[in-house]
Design a protein around this ligand. Structure first.
Ligand code: ADP
Ligand code: ADP
Length: 226
């Protein structure tokens, strides 16, 4: 069964033009879908509509067979990772990671187990007592990803999660993300400018331009040399 389906989704912020127009896509379970295209082509808007952070002007969004246009973000069972980390500055790494489970009233020992599991997976166990200000960019991004995977959501939505990192860290995190995708057996929808990320991580590439999907295909076919 298809996990996430967009049918003729449109977004207009103003009456004059569409930021996203007639976006249709079926995302099966476990796909790693990458949105690429020039700045302003509607990648973030599409991701934010799927997340529930932006209202859909027309069209339909289905998640696991449920029409979700009017389902609140917190009820969509999706996790979002942004390029600017979005960590709580006054909480430790441990508390940041535990937060989404704590507010859902999960038992403390279970939360504890999950935090330690995720921290181990991401190599940040030694940082659990620190606050975000005492972390490097790469460490912060690991914590943000760690926080996102705690709930085991239906899908991860990532908006340029690596673009603030230097080249070396970016390469390292690419490997980590590929590993996580494999281990968690989950769906990822990912926005990037970086062709290497698109080629190495993506199972499907969506090329957008001026709010419209221009191409949707495997990385091999999109980036094949003529
Ligand atoms: P991308 O992520 O591909 O850079 P965006 O989805 O951010 O593109 O933007 C798509 C279009 O929508 C752009 O023309 C942008 O200016 C416009 N846009 C994005 N967010 C808003 C907003 N909050 N209000 C009005 N226009 C917006
Ligand atoms: P409370 O918030 O009720 O004071 P604690 O801070 O004592 O609770 O933590 C409760 C559980 O969370 C403990 O089982 C502990 O293992 C775990 N925990 C809390 N902070 C950390 C941390 N920095 N590193 C590892 N585990 C932690």
């Amino acid at each position: 069964m298809s996990n996430i389906v967009l049918k003729n989704v449109c977004k207009s912020y103003d009456k004059e033009h569409y930021a996203v127009q007639d976006f249709s896509l079926e995302i099966p379970d476990r796909e790693f879908v990458i949105f690429v295209g020039p700045s302003g082509c509607g990648k973030s808007t599409t991701l934010r509509m799927i997340a529930g952070l932006e209202e859909i002007t027309s069209g339909e969004l289905w998640i696991d067979g449920q029409l979700c246009n009017y389902v609140e973000a917190k009820d969509r069972d999706l996790s979002m990772v942004f390029q600017n980390y979005a960590l709580y500055p006054n909480m430790t790494v441990y508390e940041n990671m535990a937060f989404s489970l704590k507010i859902r009233k999960q038992p403390k020992d279970e939360v504890d187990k999950k935090v330690h599991e995720a921290a181990k997976m991401l190599g940040i166990e030694h940082l659990l007592d620190r606050r975000p200000a005492a972390l490097s960019g790469g460490q912060k991004q690991r914590v943000a990803i760690g926080s996102a995977i705690m709930r085991r959501p239906k899908a991860f939505l990532m908006d340029e999660p690596l673009s603030n990192l230097d080249a070396k860290l970016r390469a390292q995190m690419r490997v980590e993300l590929a590993k996580l995708h494999k281990e968690l057996k989950t769906t990822v929808i990912y926005v990037t400018h970086d062709q290497t990320e698109a080629m190495t991580l993506g199972t499907k590439i969506i090329v957008m331009k001026d709010g419209v999907v221009q191409q949707a295909d495997t990385p091999e076919r999109i980036y094949r040399h003529p």
